[in-house]
Design a protein around this ligand. Structure first.
Ligand code: 3BY
Ligand code: FES
Ligand code: FE
Length: 411
């Protein structure tokens, strides 16, 4: 049977409240369909504008088969391009990060401007029309310091994302930050397993001793039920909103993204072993109260985030193969915070480096077990895994819509 119909049938007949069938986590054909239906068509978090804060600075990333280049132009805009030379296709930028006044392809030195136009191409003859061979653009949007890209020919409307997340993110002034630390870990598991694990804290008590010192295990913090009947959370929201910090739970109607400002445990301020701030210079002067907890943002399929009083942490999920996923973690601090004076990188990163490694082990062991012919979908906990159910539902609905062609955006 054709793979589209097979996946469509399986998703339509899926047992609700249960994990997915085995091929969704391991089969290369299913993975290819994920790339085509989701990763090549939707908005993806690529990185932070502070990573490329000067003209000509760029970074590259790989999404499935697409190499992408994100650059700051001379005019100060951020643009993204397909990183494939219009001569014979060599990657124009071969490094992960760099800076260039002009983009020179290493193969035959075709040279492009920051705006993607082809500036020079040696020995191409008199009739060669350079205008026809500029770098192909990739859609790019910047919101509150976050760079999103979309590989589709026609991108879905980004306005609803911006309208919802910008007010929550803006007070943290992320365009005025710098990267204090960044690392990428490879998890040997399908990208959906990384998300399923992220969307619950049912596993936290048994696996994350460092994180559990400050991050609440309660499903209200991680899940999608909002405050539930927890007065502690409602009071937190009232106090933060009175100080000008949008806080209440807000999820998009299709469930693709959500923002909410959640309290940390007791008087914790930050993800450190004692709960005290890891950075002495606070992130933003717009935050005038202490104990603001963590502003949580997720946007499927690429990112979850924590914005705290003293720093912010972003996580970027990029699939590498059917059973391999890269997770890049970035710690942002105020641009004037001084390493060794205002913060210590080891102390700043300790809790999440431990947590990430614990989550990597979980995802890899999860993938191991799922490869067993004896695996069958199992039931999620209604009390603790509402967020996972919500992710799987988003995934299923999104795939069904696109497989049925309801969404006409073509890539
Ligand atoms: O990073 C997160 O948002 C989630 C919440 C709980 C488990 N995980 C670490
Ligand atoms: Fe880029 Fe030839 S492939 S200059
Ligand atoms: Fe975890």
């Amino acid at each position: 049977m054709d793979i589209h119909n097979q996946v469509l049938r399986q998703l339509k007949n899926r047992r609700e409240g249960f994990s997915l069938e085995q091929p969704f986590y391991i089969d290369p054909d299913y993975y290819k369909l994920d790339l085509e239906m989701i990763w090549y068509r939707d908005w993806l978090f690529a990185g932070h504008d502070c990573q490329i804060n000067k003209a000509g600075m760029y970074f590259t990333l790989q999404v499935g088969d697409y190499p992408v280049l994100v650059i700051r132009t001379r005019e100060g805009d951020i643009r993204a391009y397909h990183n494939t030379c219009r001569h014979r296709g060599h990657r124009v930028c071969t490094k992960e990060t760099g800076s260039a006044t002009r983009l020179v392809c290493p193969y035959h030195q075709w040279t492009y401007q920051h705006d993607g136009s082809l500036m020079s191409a040696r020995h191409m003859g008199e009739n060669f029309d350079k205008k026809q061979f500029g770098l192909k653009p990739v859609h790019c949007q910047v919101v509150a310091g976050y760079i999103f890209i979309c590989l589709a020919k026609e991108a879905p409307d980004f306005a609803p994302v911006r309208a919802t997340v910008e007010p929550y993110m803006a007070p943290h002034r992320l365009p005025e930050t710098k990267v204090a630390a960044q690392n990428t870990i490879i998890e040997k598991g399908n990208w959906k397993l990384v998300w399923e694990n992220n969307r619950e804290c049912y596993h936290c008590a048994g696996n994350h001793p460092e994180l559990c010192r400050t991050y609440p295990e309660a499903p209200t913090a991680t899940g999608v039920q909002g405050a539930g009947d927890d007065p502690f959370i409602s009071e937190h929201w009232s106090r933060c909103e009175a100080a000008g910090l949008p806080s209440t739970f807000n999820m998009s109607p299709d469930g693709q993204f959500r923002v909410a400002r959640m309290p940390l445990i007791e008087d914790a301020e930050s993800y450190t072993m004692n709960g005290r701030p890891a950075v002495q210079r606070s992130l933003s002067d717009d935050v005038t109260i202490s104990h603001i907890g963590t502003m949580l943002l997720f946007h499927y399929p690429t990112t979850w985030n924590h914005m705290l009083v003293d720093h912010a942490i972003s996580f970027r999920v990029i699939p590498i193969g059917p059973e391999e996923t890269a997770v890049t973690t970035t710690w942002l601090v105020h641009k004037d915070a001084v390493e060794g004076v205002d913060y210590d990188v080891e102390q700043l990163t300790h809790v999440w480096n431990m947590t990430n490694d614990q989550d990597r082990q979980i995802v890899e062991e999860n993938a191991f077990g799922i490869r067993s012919p004896a695996y069958e979908p199992g039931p999620y906990s209604e009390a603790h895994e509402g967020g996972v159910m919500q992710f799987v539902e988003w995934y299923s609905n999104f795939m069904i819509d696109r497989l049925q062609g309801k969404d006409s955006t073509l890539y």
